[in-house]
Design a protein. Sequence first.
Length: 341
Amino acid sequence: MRHPWTWAGAVGLAFGAAAAAGQRRHMLRIAADPENETLRAPASGTPAEVSSRDGTHIHAETFGPEDAATVVLVHGWTEMLSYWTYVIRDLTARGYRIVAYDLRGHGQSALAADHDYAIERFGEDLEAVIEACVPGNRHAVIAGHSLGAMSIAAWAAHHAVARRVSATALINTGVGDLIAEQLLIPAPRLARGLHDAIALRGFLGARTPLPRVSTPVSYVAARYIAFGPAATPAQIAFYERMLVLCPPDVRASIGIAMSEMDLHDALQRLTLPTVVIAGDRDRLTPPSHARRIAQMLPALEELIVLEDTGHMSPLERPGEISAALARLVDAVAGRAGTLAA
């Protein structure tokens, strides 16, 4: 009879071989996705270096003709400016000028001065980008996804919104009560305290290191948390690559700041024409957030709820996002022309 440890070793080897085979199949499926080539080579713009109010270095890039209408794109939590690659491609093809930047602590932007990731700082970063990257005699349309849209609300709370901006778009976002309304961890009302603690410590405020490459397990988790049913393997892996590049301390600090955020009052100051976009399968910021925001905005332009779409609308439904932004740009330009006439 063989010694028991030899059986344990054989079982371990078998599981290891099965896991390796599963990982190979997973990577081949990503590589075979037609979207993989586009997402592996995102558009590269003209760099612009920006200094925020507290001295934090912000990396921005511009795309498209310098004399065209400008759209500023603000990405979300754990993303980077390349997150907008589809939208940048679509809007520059329509003839618009695009400004996109990495949020503090993300991508090529610096870690925050004094490790300050309060939501207000993200509003100050946006103001610095507007000042540096939008020509002084022109206005821009600003669109934000998730934390990017929260940054717009934070910016509106403390800045003269109409001075340099003509319209805004808030995409897959909320401005408060993020933990109470998220749908990641369904729980009965009696278990709400446990539900909220798990959501904060296990997700928003988690500092756990993540796998350096997409795995079958991380892929399933990312799809469940952030995507709708139509997302492709390459799109999910593309987001995973950004997620693992976000430093855990940055990820957790911002997650905690978002959990404590309440920017509902700031919406009253956002007096510009504003489009609100949600995904009907968004578990992180469900459509209830979008509907509440739409009701509170002084100048709602359009409320759009995309079907079969999760939290990542600019990746999952880039055509619809680009079309909505183009309509917004053209609408405010048309009104300005009418007033000038």
